[in-house]
Design a protein around this ligand. Structure first.
Ligand code: ADP
Ligand code: MG
Length: 318
């Protein structure tokens, strides 16, 4: 199969047709028409075989996750998803793999009305690079830099499930059969909090998505905002699958320093605290207060009222 046939069969004329796509796949560039009064949010993520996923990861999940992790970045800024490009590097043309991969990709693309407008296809070690474009009303984006002393810190969903799912796959953590499917799904099919992110525009003072673990990602907010934080480890939301699979200590380690939750962490000033329940009610995700912004530049954790240091489980490339 030739490169253009591959694009034709698996990627062209699939998924959402958006009226703001003037020219899609087929020319040297795609042309899109941004909406009046909106700015464009752009983010890209690379998934490399052997680094970000195992060779035997189901292609459907990989297609889905490649977009989900990018959508999570848009969510963290409060952006509305719009267009994506896909750079694919593959060692050979495996039509079954490509069918599964593209089905997974378009499943979530269609859910969020994202149009695939272009890309690149090359031979090489398996690698997926996806660039997402979203739109945000001018001046309304959520940033890492707006947290102020006294703001309350919230997280969506539950933390640590994905990291335990990964350890289960790596064979370093045994899990009871009844929890396997849930944990695996949380690792393979993360839910980007797109609607929650949009709902937080004008309410949250800062936001970030949790890709590397709370300890690491919170530190980015603190650095960008020049503040410190206190976190009550007892308030960290844990799923029953996580709690019932490992010791309480391990569960906290997964939740605080495990990666790939793709939940949102955001800060809210006291004055907006009452408004977020209403704002987030339609986003379909739970959220809880886990701490507060304070002066300084450090995070202080407490567990049962005592100072506490989380054990490290996170991942850094270099
Ligand atoms: P060029 O040689 O100008 O880079 P290509 O032959 O690589 O163009 O691509 C032809 C068209 O197909 C372009 O519109 C490009 O954006 C699109 N395309 C290539 N690979 C992909 C892909 N994996 N997914 C979506 N679109 C793709
Ligand atoms: Mg090309």
């Amino acid at each position: 199969m030739k490169e253009f046939q591959l694009i034709e069969q698996f990627f062209k004329n699939r998924g959402q047709k958006r009226r703001d796509v003037i020219l899609g796949i087929g020319d040297d560039c795609a042309l899109v028409q941004p909406a009046e009064g909106k700015v464009i949010a752009i983010s890209c993520d690379t998934l490399v075989e052997g680094v970000h996923f195992f060779a035997d990861m189901p292609a459907h999940a990989l297609g889905y996750k490649s977009l989900a992790v990018n959508l999570s970045d848009l969510a963290a800024m409060g952006a509305e998803p719009a267009w994506m490009t896909l750079a694919l590097s593959l060692p050979e043309v495996d039509t079954q793999w490509l069918a599964d991969f593209s089905n997974g990709l378009f499943e979530i693309a269609d859910y969020y009305s994202v149009a695939l407008v272009g890309g690149d296809t090359t031979r090489g070690p398996r690698c997926i690079n996806l660039t997402i474009n979203g739109q945000i009303p001018k001046g309304k984006s959520l940033k890492r830099s707006g947290a102020k002393v006294g703001d309350w810190i919230y997280v969506t969903g539950t933390l640590g499930d994905s990291a335990l799912g990964l350890d289960m796959l790596r064979g370093v953590q045994a899990v009871k059969p009844e929890y396997k499917e849930y944990l695996l799904n949380r690792h393979y099919y993360p839910t980007p909090r797109v609607l929650a992110g949009q709902a937080l525009r004008g309410l949250a003072s800062s936001a970030i998505d949790l890709s590397d673990g709370l300890v690491s990602d919170l530190s980015h907010i603190l650095k960008a905002s020049n503040v410190g934080a206190t976190i009550n480890a007892n308030a960290i939301p844990l799923s029953s699958s996580l709690k019932n699979s490992v010791t309480a200590e391990q569960a906290l380690a997964y939740a605080l320093t495990g990666g790939e939750d793709y939940e949102l962490l955001f800060t809210v000033p006291e004055s907006q605290r009452g408004a977020i329940d209403t704002a987030l009610i339609h986003s379909g995700v739970k959220f809880v207060n886990v701490g507060q912004i304070c002066s300084g530049d450090k995070v202080k954790f407490t567990l049962d009222g005592q100072p506490f240091m989380p054990e490290f489980k996170g991942f850094e490339h270099f």
